[in-house]
Design a protein around this ligand. Structure first.
Ligand code: SDX
Length: 452
């Protein structure tokens, strides 16, 4: 079998998804397989690797095989671009570093949804729309009573977010752009309220209603930490840090949870069910659960002198221990979010009088030692977004069990944008991968009396 690529001139065409892609009619890949020569079109995006369109392969009675989708582009998207080798992350072309420094989360959510930064008028309307939907139906409050107080908040979020669809029968036609808009608004607006409710429920304090005169991040921190009997004064440094943490976690191309949302959405499931599926996928320690696992790891290490012991364990093929917050499927260089996260971490520690935090010292020393170790260098393992987020969230007073909830809160902006982009693409199909079957060939049933 041989695969050859032939290059020629480029031209813009409209794909059968109704979106414009850079395609080169003459650019193709040829596969010589089973004495057959099969040609596949090759598409070139505006950035990133070319893709070979293998959709016609199944007609040849053959599948590609790519467990973990290491070499598979599952869709065409215009939302987020990642260059793992160079450590670049762009949202609609804007670098994450600039968005963190100069923008705010709701503006980034608008950018992800619509492709452009909002004008002042558009921004006011979008913020008003969000503010008009921050409350949840009063009956949803009773959903929480079905959970034990010590239920993991992610278990609660999977349940209550999925249940939201029971309250919006009037706007679940996913092919209606207005319904898609109001569902996106409701999800972005209500995630902070539900997240704070899951925390308050776990500590037996009363739910705090949203206050729409507050900014998005301020509103969330107020719902998390204020109590009816006291006024809460929030440090603007901490509010800014929270907003920046939301921006950092907003979207990240076709990661595991976003792909889950897209697959659920491809069946026509309502957006609340799709986001609930995304929350469930994000929960895993290899994905969004890594920030909780990374902080627990730093606490277990405890002091700088114990770092070598854990580095040794991380390198031991017989030990399942991994440095949580290190490594990434795409980034083989620094995760650009990790750098912003480290700076934010330092600001929060200073503002909360924890500048001499041992956890931060252990984290910085662990990063320094790992980045000089051949094992990590050879495997291009660098700190990722989760490495410093745990310390930062902890310094903000957020309990470890809420870390992935906050990741889900922020990622909802990306999930609804990716979902809406897919549904808006004419001709999108239900996601239905195939397999390499290595089980039994056909055999006849054996009645139980005749079995050995
Ligand atoms: C997120 O996809 C996204 O975009 C996700 C995310 C997003 O914003 O949506 O960026 C958020 O999920 C960040 C990643 C958070 N996860 C962790 O920090 C958990 C620890 N990291 C690893 O589990 C791992 O690095 C993954 C899961 C993140 C990536 O794994 P890959 O790409 O499948 O790579 P691999 O497991 O095949 O590892 C390659 C090698 C292996 O060694 P060898 O078999 O070659 O000897 O690197 C080793 C691994 O053992 N390795 C690690 C390691 N990560 C990989 N060794 C020690 N510590 C680690 N953290």
């Amino acid at each position: 079998m041989a695969l050859t690529l032939q290059a020629n001139s480029l031209k813009m065409t409209r794909s059968n998804f109704g979106v414009t892609i850079m395609s080169d009619a003459a650019k193709k890949a040829s596969l010589n397989f089973n004495d057959k020569n099969i040609d596949f079109p090759v598409y070139q995006g505006t950035l990133g690797p070319d893709v070979i369109d293998v959709t016609s392969l199944q007609k040849q009675g053959t599948f590609t095989f790519d467990p973990g989708f290491m070499s598979t582009a599952s869709c065409e998207s215009k939302i987020t671009y990642i260059d793992g080798e160079k450590g670049i992350l762009l949202h609609r072309g804007y670098p994450i570093e600039q968005l963190c420094e100069q923008s705010n989360f709701l503006e980034v959510a608008y950018l992800l949804l619509y492709g452009e930064l909002p004008s002042k008028t558009e921004s006011v309307r979008f913020v008003d729309d969000i503010n008009n939907h921050t409350m949840v139906h009063e009956q949803l409050r009773s959903f929480f009573n079905g959970f034990r107080r010590d239920a993991h908040p992610m278990a609660v979020m999977v349940g209550v977010v999925g249940a939201l669809s029971a309250f919006y029968h009037d706007s679940l036609d996913i092919n209606n752009p207005e319904h898609r808009y109001i569902s996106a608004i409701r999800l972005i607006a209500k995630m902070p309220t539900l997240a704070a409710m899951s925390y308050k429920y776990s500590i037996g304090q009363p739910f705090v209603y949203p206050q729409n005169h507050l900014s998005y991040a301020e509103n969330f921190l107020n719902m998390m930490f204020s109590v009816p009997c006291e006024k809460l004064a929030l440090d603007p440094v901490l509010v800014r840090a929270m907003d920046r943490i939301f921006i950092i976690h907003a979207d990240h191309e076709q990661n595991a949870s976003t792909s889950t949302v897209r697959i659920a959405g491809s069946t026509g499931a309502n957006p609340f069910a799709c986001i609930s599926a995304g929350i469930a996928a994000l929960w895993g320690p290899a994905h969004g659960g890594a920030n909780e696992a990374a902080l627990n790891m730093l606490k277990e290490i405890g002091t700088v002198d114990r770092i070598p012991e854990f580095i040794q364990r991380a390198k031991d093929p017989n030990d399942s221990f991994r440095l949580m917050g290190f490594g990434h499927r795409v980034y083989k260089n620094f995760d650009p979010r990790a750098k912003v996260m480290q700076k934010t971490c330092h600001e929060v520690l200073e503002a909360t009088g924890q500048g001499d935090s041992m956890l931060f010292k252990v984290a910085k020393e662990l990063e320094k030692i790992a980045l000089q170790d051949e094992y990590f260098i050879q495997r291009k393992l660098y700190p990722n977004v989760d490495f410093y987020s745990g310390i930062t969230l902890s310094a903000l007073g957020i309990p470890t069990s809420m870390f992935t909830v906050i990741f889900a809160l922020a990622r909802t902006a990306g999930w609804v944008s990716q979902w809406s982009e897919m549904i808006g693409q004419p001709g999108h199909k239900i996601a239905r991968p195939r397999q390499l079957y290595t089980g039994y060939t056909q055999r006849d049933f054996v009645p139980v009396d005749l079995r050995k």
